[in-house]
Write a protein that binds this ligand. Structure first.
Ligand SMILES: *[C@@H]1O[C@H](CO)[C@@H](O)[C@H](O)[C@H]1NC(C)=O
Ligand SMILES: *[C@@H]1O[C@H](CO)[C@@H](O)[C@H](O)[C@H]1NC(C)=O
Ligand SMILES: *[C@@H]1O[C@H](CO)[C@@H](O)[C@H](O)[C@H]1NC(C)=O
Ligand SMILES: *[C@@H]1O[C@H](CO)[C@@H](O)[C@H](O)[C@H]1NC(C)=O
Ligand SMILES: *[C@@H]1O[C@H](CO)[C@@H](O)[C@H](O)[C@H]1NC(C)=O
Ligand SMILES: [Cu+2]
Length: 394
C-alpha cells in the first residue's frame, strides 16, 4: 500500500501540467491522509483483530472526527475558543504551594508540560505523551466547559506562504487570534542545543502583544523557562512563578515555508521507515540545521510563550499544532499499521541526557494535575483503541 501510494504520488507529479511543487506535495499529503482513513476503517471493521484493548468500544460508527480549523463553521470555531476561555476561568487543580503561578484549569496543562519538558521531547514518549496530553485537554473542554465539538488541528502546509492571513491567525472573532503588534528591526531567533551549531530563525511580522480575536485579553501566567529573544539573549526562570503578561506572537512565514511546508511533511512520512528516525526528523536532527515540522510549527507562531519549548502550551494554538503532529504520526502508522502500530524508540530523557532506560510499551506516563491518570504507552499507540476513538478528516 505504501508502494502503491508512492507510485501514485509520483504519477500525479509527472502527469500534472504546470503545478507548483507545493501543489504536488499537497496532493500527495492529501492522498496519504485518505489512505490512512481507509486503512483505519479496514482495521476497525476487522473483527479478527484481537490485539484491541478490552476497554475499547470504538467502532467506525462512533469515531469522532478532528477537522482542520479552516473547515469548521464560524459557530464551531467560536464554540472552541469559548471553551478554551472557559478553561482559563476555572480554578486550577495544581496546588499553589507547588506552582504559585497556576491560576486556572488551563494553567494545569501548561504547568504539567513545564514540569515534564525534559522527559517528553527527543524521548521515547514524545509522540504518545503529546497525543494523551491533547486528548485530555479536549476532554477537559468537553467535560468541564460543555464543549460539544472535537479538537481542531492546524495543517501547516495549507498556509505555509502566509500563515498570518490564514483562518487560524487572521485575527477575526473566528480565528485563534491574530499576530502580535508589529515590532521593527528585530534580529533572528537563535536556537542552541548543546554543542551543536546554532540555528537562526527569520523573525516574523509581529513580536508584540496579540491585539485581536478571542485571546486578545488573555493572560499568560506561567513561564518563561528558556525564552530566546530577538537580541540573541535568553530569558530564563523556573516557569512556576506567577508572571502575568500578554500573549505575544511573532508569526513568521519564512519559518513556516522553510520547515513545515507540504514537501517537508511528505518527506517526513515517506523517507523514514522506523519510528526512531521518524520522530527524530520530525523534531529536527540535532546539528542538521533543521528543526523539523514540530519546531517549524512552534517557531512559526513565535513570541512569548511559543518560542519557549517548556511553556509553549501557554499559547492556545499549541493544541491545534499538536493535532497536526498527531495526524502526521497516525498517517505514518497507518501506512504500515501491522509493523508501526506499536513502534517505539528512544529513552526516558531528552536526547538521553541524563542517560535513562529505553521506553517500552509498559512505560507509564502521567499528566499530573492536568488529569487523565497514569497510563501505559501500550494504551496510547492507536487512536481507535484504549481511551481513544477518533479519526482525522482533511
Ligand atoms: C460506540 O458504539 C458502541 C455500540 O453502539 C457503544 O457500545 C460504545 O459505547 C461506543 N463507544 C464510544 C467510544 O462512543
Ligand atoms: C512534577 O513532577 C514530579 C515528579 O513526577 C511530581 O512529583 C510533581 O507533583 C510534579 N509537579 C507538577 C506541578 O505537576
Ligand atoms: C477585553 O477586555 C475588555 C475590558 O475588560 C472587554 O471590554 C473586551 O470585551 C475584552 N475583549 C475580548 C475579546 O474578550
Ligand atoms: C520545504 O521544507 C524542506 C525541509 O523540510 C526544505 O528543504 C525546502 O527548502 C522547503 N521548501 C521551501 C520552498 O522553502
Ligand atoms: C535500548 O535500545 C537500543 C536501541 O534500540 C538498544 O541498542 C539497546 O540494547 C536497548 N537497551 C536495553 C537495555 O534494552
Ligand atoms: Cu511539548
Amino acid at each position: 500500500m505504501g508502494i502503491r501510494h508512492l507510485a501514485c504520488a509520483l504519477l500525479i507529479a509527472a502527469a500534472a501540467a504546470v503545478p507548483t511543487a507545493r501543489d504536488d506535495s499537497l496532493t500527495a499529503l492529501n492522498s496519504f491522509i485518505d489512505e490512512a482513513v481507509a486503512n483505519q476503517a479496514e482495521v476497525l471493521d476487522d473483527t479478527t483483530v484481537t490485539a484491541r484493548s478490552k476497554r475499547s468500544t470504538c467502532t467506525t460508527k462512533n469515531l469522532s472526527v478532528r477537522r482542520p480549523w479552516g473547515s469548521l463553521s464560524q459557530a464551531d470555531r467560536k464554540a472552541y475558543t469559548d471553551a478554551v476561555l472557559c478553561l482559563q476561568k476555572l480554578p486550577a487543580k495544581t496546588p499553589a504551594s507547588l506552582v504559585p503561578g497556576a491560576k486556572s484549569r488551563y494553567d494545569d496543562f501548561v504547568a504539567t508540560h513545564i514540569n515534564q519538558t525534559g522527559y517528553i521531547h527527543y524521548s521515547g514518549t514524545f509522540l504518545a505523551w503529546h497525543r494523551w496530553f491533547t486528548h485530555n485537554f479536549e476532554q477537559a473542554l468537553k467535560n468541564e466547559c460543555g464543549f460539544k465539538g472535537t479538537q481542531p488541528y492546524w495543517n501547516w502546509a495549507l498556509y505555509a506562504n502566509d500563515p498570518a492571513s490564514s483562518p487560524i491567525f487572521d485575527g477575526s472573532a473566528y480565528s485563534m487570534s491574530g499576530n502580535g503588534a508589529f515590532i521593527a528591526n528585530k534580529g533572528p531567533i537563535t536556537l542552541t542545543l548543546g554543542d551543536y551549531p546554532a540555528v537562526y530563525l527569520e523573525p516574523g511580522t509581529g513580536g508584540g502583544c496579540v491585539t485581536s480575536g478571542p485571546f486578545k485579553n488573555m493572560s499568560v501566567n506561567l513561564g518563561p523557562v528558556g525564552l530566546p529573544l530577538n537580541d540573541g539573549t535568553v530569558l530564563t526562570g523556573t516557569g512556576f512563578e506567577y508572571n502575568p503578561r500578554c500573549l505575544k506572537r511573532d508569526i513568521s512565514a519564512k519559518v513556516n515555508q522553510r520547515f513545515s511546508n507540504a514537501t517537508s511533511i511528505v518527506n517526513l512520512i515517506t523517507q523514514n521507515k522506523n519510528i526512531g528516525d521518524f520522530q527524530m526528523v520530525m523534531q529536527g536532527v540535532p546539528g542538521s540545521g533543521s528543526i523539523g515540522v514540530h519546531g517549524g510549527g512552534h517557531y512559526t507562531i513565535g513570541g512569548d510563550p511559543a518560542d519557549d519549548v517548556s511553556t509553549s502550551p501557554g499559547d492556545p494554538v499549541f493544541y491545534l499544532h499538536h493535532g497536526m503532529i498527531d495526524l502526521t504520526w497516525w498517517t505514518w502508522q497507518q501506512l504500515d499499521y501491522k509493523n508501526r502500530r506499536n513502534a517505539i524508540a528512544g529513552t526516558g530523557t531528552f536526547l538521553n541526557s541524563p542517560p535513562s532506560a529505553n521506553t517500552t510499551l509498559d512505560t507509564v506516563i502521567d499528566l499530573g494535575y492536568a488529569g487523565g491518570g497514569p497510563i501505559t504507552m501500550r494504551e496510547l499507540m492507536s487512536i481507535n483503541d484504549g481511551p481513544f476513538c477518533y479519526t482525522y478528516s482533511r
